[in-house]
Design a protein around this ligand. Structure first.
Ligand SMILES: Cc1cc2nc3c(=O)[nH]c(=O)nc-3n(C[C@H](O)[C@H](O)[C@H](O)COP(=O)(O)O)c2cc1C
Ligand code: SF4
Length: 468
């Protein structure tokens, strides 16, 4: 028996040398059509067949069961299996709601926007199917404030869906009725956190709720049972209903099923959103394959990359052959999060990169708890001082001790002294960068400038870097 035969099946897949899994796109399949956002474009390419099928041939429990079989993990960050989450709804408690989280704002994340702009009917069909499966008569689709085109196209698509009785009373002549309400956010990152989003929907300031007892499936919107799911998660539902949960499960790895969207930005030749087989595609394939990112710019080496959004601990050269598989990445001390991958090449000023990320979290802190409100601001200021050439010998200790007050033990997944994970999110880039590139911080503190071979991005008084 060869070594490969002894490996689990999904590991054998990603170890085949030179193999680049491409797979058939599921939820981005219509992206290259000019009319992908219209009702006609959607229906002429198979749209709304899943809804017709479910309402004529499947009970709500059967639809739910297919989602469970698919083992689709939520695509909004935590990766919780959707089928299991839907099962948390307490029996017999009504009204109950479905909330679609389209607030996508993590730096580097832009997959949900693409789905809402390019295929809004797919999301509407997925939302109606979800409501059918969990017996909800009302859904809310919450879209980030800045996404004007997504809002316009979703509104247009929803009107078309109402006109054709795909949403509304007695959908397609069945005894199932559902309304979808569109809501535009005001552009706060923290409102992506599900309980803050619920507060915002209720007309309150978008601040996370203390948990427990407010686990949304049990007590969510208006303190009623509420399912909150990410846009990409629900966009997959029509495919799963049409093809069956097992078909979806057979794609990718058993531990990370289906196709999955990754938004790659930074120093690659072809940044963009790619829908790839989940769990079997490796970071290296994604970065280097011509059908994906086509390599790092100017043929340079990779210095670091963020595997799953700005709040994820950084990965390095030694992680390039890891598959995009949730348990693998979790075990290595980071996360795939919302699928936002940021690549930094060998000339990147990691001190500046770290500061930019921390600045984002400091600005987006809702201010409800002190360690996050005060701590992230301190972190940002100390990093800025170092970048300005006024760093002090004790600054690295200060950064780590403030971080420790936000996230005791500096571990990942983080422990937190805060209400939500935003505070610890600012800690991940600091611990990553200091642990790996301490010499670069020390060089800045000693000389006021980055080490040789690093591209400097001078920062203006407003804090905006000037790119030479
Ligand atoms: C600070 C913060 C921001 C978040 N932003 C988003 C977001 O923009 N979109 C999203 O779907 N989930 C976001 N989440 C995760 C949500 O709280 C929630 O887990 C998710 O919407 C559930 O959907 P899923 O199970 O389909 O992934 C965020 C979480 C935190 C802590
Ligand atoms: S951790 Fe930050 S963003 Fe989260 S509730 Fe506390 S202050 Fe608000």
């Amino acid at each position: 028996m060869s070594d490969q035969d002894e490996q689990p099946e999904h590991e054998q897949h990603f170890r085949v040398e030179g193999m680049v899994p491409t797979g058939d796109a599921i939820i981005t399949a219509r992206f290259d059509r000019d009319d992908s956002h219209t009702y006609d474009g959607y229906v002429s390419s198979g749209g709304y067949t899943a809804l017709r099928k479910a309402l004529t041939e499947m009970s709500a429990a059967t639809v739910h069961n297919e989602i469970k079989l698919s083992e689709i993990q939520g695509r909004g960050g935590a990766g919780f299996p959707a089928g299991i989450k839907w099962g948390f709804l307490p029996e017999g408690v009504y009204p109950r709601y479905v909330v679609v989280n389209g607030d996508e704002s993590e730096p580097g994340t832009y997959k949900d926007r693409m789905l809402m702009e390019r295929d809004p009917h797919q999301l509407i069909e997925g939302t109606v199917l979800t409501c059918y499966a969990v017996d909800a008569a009302q859904a809310f689709l919450y879209v980030r404030g800045e996404m004007a085109l997504a809002q316009e196209r979703l509104a247009q698509a929803l009107n078309e869906a109402y006109e054709r009785n795909l949403v509304g009373r007695n959908v397609l002549g069945s005894d199932f009725s559902v309304d979808i309400t569109l809501t535009w956010g005001a552009g706060a990152y923290i409102v992506g956190e599900e309980t803050a989003l619920i507060e915002s929907l209720e007309g309150e300031r978008g601040m996370p709720r203390l948990k427990p007892p407010f686990f949304p499936a049990v007590k969510g919107l208006y303190l009623q049972p509420t399912i909150v799911n990410n846009v990409e998660t629900l966009a997959n539902v029509p495919y799963i209903v049409n093809e069956g949960g097992q078909t979806f499960h057979d794609i990718g790895a058993p531990t990370s099923t289906g196709m999955r969207m990754f938004a790659v930005s930074g120093h690659v030749n072809r940044p963009g959103v790619f829908e790839v087989p989940n769990g079997v595609t490796t970071f290296r394939m994604l970065f280097e394959a011509p059908e994906y990112c086509g390599g790092v710019r100017d043929g340079r080496a990779i210095k670091a990359f963020i595997p799953g959004g700005a709040s994820a601990p950084w990965f390095y050269e030694e992680h390039l052959d890891f598959p995009l598989d949730k348990p693998t990445v979790d075990k290595a001390g980071s996360m795939l999060g919302s699928g936002a991958i940021v690549v930094m090449d060998e000339r990147t000023d990691v001190v500046a990169a770290c500061w930019r990320i921390v600045r984002f979290f400091a600005r987006e802190s809702c201010g409800k708890c002190t360690p996050c409100r005060e701590g992230t601001t301190w972190l940002e200021r100390v990093l800025k001082r170092i970048l300005d050439g006024a760093g002090r010998a004790e600054d690295l200790d200060t950064l780590l001790s403030v971080s420790e007050n936000i996230s005791p033990g500096l571990t990942f997944p983080p422990r937190q002294t805060t209400i939500c994970p935003l505070g610890p999110s600012a800690v991940a880039p600091i611990t990553s960068a200091i642990e790996r590139f301490r010499d670069e911080f020390e060089h800045y503190i000693d000389h006021g400038v980055p080490k040789d071979g690093i591209d400097r991005h001078p920062i203006t008084a407003t804090g905006v870097p000037v790119h030479a």
